[in-house]
Design a protein around this ligand. Structure first.
Ligand SMILES: [Cu+2]
Length: 318
């Protein structure tokens, strides 16, 4: 896997390649014009009195040179824009990405099997395949931007914007909300992971299955830790985490916060802010405001034993 990438200068999809080539062309032409203008200014500053050629040069260079150049660039940019992937919703995999203050809800629908899967802050794609994204917002203006794969698309409340994305090669890319949406706008990252097609299908099938209550037994071979993890699911319900969070197979319906059914299969929590491990989970659940001031999740005052049981259980939800 390549390192985490969030740069328009390392394009990894057809649209990003087009955009980056076009940006370099604009930069090159702009640099040439700039140099020419500097030369003309110098020439006119050091001209000998009484010579009229420098005036003609400035008029010609300042007017007649830029006009055809800019007109040509405009024509070129229109042509390049027409080559960008047109949103096409007939793809096998369709994903609804809904922006929330300040995290991403990612909902998959496999159009051939009809199966649905919900996760958060991670978008997995089969490499080389076109995937249709329906982009929406649950609250305010946000914008979807994975610089290595495609251009930005605004997410306007009450509307659905289409984007057809294709990652050229397996790898890990990074997306970021690109429209100011409140205090934690900068901490609203999206992990984009492109994997080989067969891996993707197995992954999606797994994400679509409800949480396996016996998973704790498999993960923790020793009985003591297994019991702690089992207790975690009881604490989850008793502490009313399910008012906002769904763990399919345990409690459904909570939609104000991320779906936690397979939270341990992701690399980060809190939209890229914290790594996914038990210590980070315990810190987050005890006081989300410490890591992400303003986050729309209240602190909880669970006794240390219950907090640990809860985090241990979440850690088994792979
Ligand atoms: Cu934002």
């Amino acid at each position: 896997m390549t390192p985490v990438l969030q740069s328009v200068l390392s394009p990894a999809g057809p649209d990003a390649v087009l955009l980056s080539r076009f940006s370099w062309l604009l930069f090159a032409v702009g640099a040439v014009i700039f140099l020419l203008v500097v030369l003309l200014v110098l020439a006119s500053a050091f001209r000998k009195r009484g010579r009229s050629w420098s005036r003609r040069l400035v008029v010609g260079g300042g007017l007649f040179l830029p006009l055809p150049l800019l007109a040509a660039l405009m024509g070129w940019s229109g042509w390049q824009a027409s080559l960008l992937t047109w949103p096409f919703s007939g793809t096998r995999i369709q994903v609804t990405v809904t922006a929330h203050m300040w995290w991403w809800e990612v909902r998959y629908r496999n159009t051939s099997t009809g199966r649905e899967a919900v996760l958060a802050n991670e978008l997995r794609l089969p490499a080389g395949e076109r995937v249709y994204l329906a982009l929406a917002s649950a609250d305010v203006l946000h914008a979807f931007w994975v610089p290595a794969l495609a251009g930005k698309v605004d997410m306007v409340p009450g509307r659905v914007h289409g984007l057809t994305l294709r990652a050229g090669a397996p790898g890990r890319y990074r997306g970021q909300c690109a429209e100011y949406c409140g205090i934690q706008h900068a901490a609203m990252a999206l992990d984009v992971v492109a994997v080989p097609s067969h891996e993707f299908d197995a992954w999606l099938e797994h994400q679509a299955t409800p949480a396996e209550l016996g998973a704790a037994a498999r993960v923790f071979a020793d009985a003591g830790r297994y019991d702690i993890a089992r207790r975690g699911s009881e604490v989850f319900l008793a502490a009313r985490c399910n008012a906002c969070h769904a763990v399919r197979g345990v409690s459904e319906g909570g939609t104000l916060g991320p779906d936690l059914t397979h939270i341990a299969s992701r690399s980060h929590i809190a939209a890229g802010g914290l790594p996914m491990n038990r210590a980070a989970l315990m810190g987050w659940i005890a006081n989300p405001q410490a890591a992400k001031p303003g986050a729309r999740m209240p602190a909880s005052s669970l006794p240390p034993g219950e907090l640990q049981a809860l985090a241990s259980w979440l850690e088994t939800l792979e």
